[in-house]
Design a protein around this ligand. Structure first.
Ligand code: AGP
Length: 611
């Protein structure tokens, strides 16, 4: 969602701000803007893409400035609502602010500021911050003091960056509940929502903690924590590569990320298998002690990460014999549940920033849950930082809004968690351990072979292009893969798609089936294959057209209305990881035919940092 970038330098930072904003585009946004300190505060704002903002910013020049990509919450998608917001007035701006998050008490602050004589030019909650800072700045003429006083009056979540016209070498930033990092350069410093925005200038970053306020100048960064003490925070060297943020030979990031899966999977496996064995320490130093104590698992996640959790339930219960429940994070946090301090809370989040998942974790902790494991793809993001155990998947930066390689690497981590728990619980035989290791080692090659099915899948896509609805069916451990297939299709092609466990068809959804309703079936050779075959007959008898993803051993034959694509190998218990590849490719090719914005589907954001 919204993104912040800012710089305090001695060189012209306008190109850096524009580049930084374009790196943040993937987070999802609908307008963008920058403000630069000069004789006055110069602003350029645009609805639409950063490329449109770049045209408006041509000729702007300055050494201190802030930029923002906005994903509308309070107020429509208009230039007036785009950040930066200024105070006291549009043409006499003395303060400029960019903000991520939501200020919950903005209505009451707005009334108060209006009574103080401030005029509002937007419908955003952010403009309240600009005026509040200005109000206090008039009293102290100290930007840090003014920001501290302003944020003390705000309730809600924020990451902000503030500049003042008569402080031409300074920027003050603050965070509470929304990500913000400081990039340390040579004679220049930066602020950003994520490292991609400053990577072309520096790899050295400090992740601010909740309650931190920092003052940035060209040669110094001073951080004050929530106790109002000056603190020194750890400097990290980011391992995100610039290449991972570029498209290279691909047409879309989603396509690139689908094709990166063999690498992402093998890197993740390598990080999890130590010296030919499953070892609990890979989930954190205290993991051995924690995993031996827990009596059940509760997985909390959203969207695709939730489907990874649903898949993991099958592994955790069958391999580790540990009772597992999986809940949508945004539901869990608002219901009355029965806490169990001996339960392991597992959060799954590609971004590590998803507000629903973060709040669900906090809710569990408030209820007395002591053990938490985060499976996350972004180093030092909020969710792992709030968890006692962490495993970082090695997918690399995922830019496409539709999650692909993050999902398959989450599945690897969850499978290894199941086997590790089984080992800790004394259930894993040496032979089984060797078998699982060998299954994992062969998986990368099988995924590579599955990618070779693309030409056949592209052919199938033509049969979906003119459809309005699609059904996805699976059974057992492949039901979550059917759900993920339906989510991918609706997310990027805007075709309505629903997933059902195939046995449920006759309890209702069969009524939908006719020759306009393509039915995708995930049907590898597993214990439920014969059941799936009967469910398929029910569809066929009603004139439905079936598109079956089978594997080497499923023994399906093509016939009238039954199309079959076979993944060439059978990978046993890891089969969900293999079978998600073709459904990702199907969604991608249908979206291409429909001409949608594959990487930035309408109305969606990559990191969902609001409720
Ligand atoms: C996946 O294609 C979606 N864009 C979405 O469902 C996503 O998985 C969800 O928002 C959770 O995100 P997270 O993994 O970053 O927490």
């Amino acid at each position: 969602m919204c993104g912040i970038v800012g710089a305090v330098s001695t060189r012209n930072i306008v190109p850096l701000l524009i580049e930084g904003l374009s790196r943040l585009e993937y987070r999802g946004y609908d307008s963008a803007g920058i403000a630069i300190l000069n004789q006055h505060i110069e602003r350029a704002r645009a609805v639409g893409r950063v490329s449109e903002l770049a045209l408006k910013a041509e000729g702007m020049h300055g050494t201190v400035g802030i930029g923002h990509t906005r994903w509308a919450t309070h107020g429509g998608v208009t230039e007036q609502n785009a950040h930066p917001h200024v105070s006291p007035a549009q043409d006499q701006a003395q303060i400029a602010v960019v903000h991520n998050g939501i200020i919950e008490n903005h209505d009451e602050q707005r009334d108060r500021l209006k009574a103080l004589g401030y005029q509002f030019y937007s419908q955003t909650d952010t403009e309240v911050i600009a005026h509040l800072v200005h109000h206090y700045y008039q009293q102290s003429h100290d930007l840090l003091t003014a920001v501290k006083k302003a944020i003390a009056e705000l309730t809600g979540a924020y990451a902000i960056s503030v500049i003042a016209l008569d402080q031409p070498t300074k920027m003050v930033v603050a965070r509470l509940g929304c990500p913000l990092l400081i990039g340390l350069g040579e004679g220049e410093n930066f602020v950003a929502s994520d490292v991609s925005a400053v990577l072309s200038a520096t790899r050295k970053v400090i992740y601010l903690e909740d309650g931190d306020v920092a003052t940035l100048q060209t040669d110094s960064v001073v951080i004050i924590d929530k106790q109002d003490e000056v603190v020194s925070r750890k400097i990290h060297l980011s391992d995100v590569s610039l290449a991972s943020l570029e498209l290279g030979p691909y047409s879309h990031f989603m396509q690139k990320e689908i094709y990166e899966q063999p690498r992402a999977i093998s890197d993740t496996i390598e990080a999890l298998i130590d010296d030919g064995a499953f070892r609990s320490e890979l989930f954190g130093q205290s993991a051995a002690a924690v995993l031996s104590k827990v009596d059940s698992v509760l997985i909390l996640a959203a969207g695709t990460s939730y489907y990874a959790g649903l898949t993991a339930k099958y592994w955790l219960e069958s391999i580790a014999k540990i009772p597992t429940s999986v809940e949508i994070a945004s539901e869990y946090r608002y219901r009355e549940s029965v806490p169990n301090p001996n339960q392991l809370i597992v959060t799954i989040s590609q971004s590590g920033e998803t507000l629903d998942t973060m709040e669900a974790l906090k809710h569990a902790q408030k209820l007395g849950h002591r053990h938490s494991l985060a499976i996350c793809n972004v180093q030092e993001s909020a969710i792992p930082r709030a968890s006692s155990l962490i495993f970082y998947t090695r997918a690399g930066a995922e830019i496409g809004v539709a999650s692909t390689k993050a999902f398959t690497t989450q599945l690897i981590a969850l499978f290894v968690l199941a086997v590790t728990l089984s080992k800790v619980r004394g259930l894993l035989t040496e032979a089984q351990e060797q078998q699982y290791l060998s299954d994992l080692r062969q998986l990368t090659g099988s995924v590579q072979i599955a990618l070779n099915l693309e030409p056949q899948i592209r052919e199938w896509a033509h049969r979906f292009g003119d459809k309005e609805h699609a059904l996805f069916l699976g059974r057992g451990i492949h039901y979550p893969i059917a759900m993920e297939g339906a989510l991918k299709l609706k997310e990027i092609s805007y075709i309505h798609a629903e997933a059902y466990p195939a046995g449920e068809l006759k309890h209702g959804p069969l009524a939908l089936v006719d020759n306009n309703m393509p039915v995708v079936v995930i049907a590898p050779n597993d214990a439920l294959l014969e059941k799936v075959k009967s469910n398929m007959q029910e569809v066929k008898a009603r004139g439905g057209e079936l598109f079956v993803f089978a594997d080497a051993d499923s023994h399906f034959k093509e016939s009238e209305g039954v199309h079959v694509i076979r993944t060439p190998r059978h990978v046993g218990v890891l089969s969900p990881i293999l079978h998600v590849i073709p459904v990702q490719l199907l969604a991608y090719h249908v979206a291409l035919l429909k001409g949608t914005d594959v990487d930035k589907p309408r109305n969606l954001a990559k990191s969902v940092t609001v409720e």
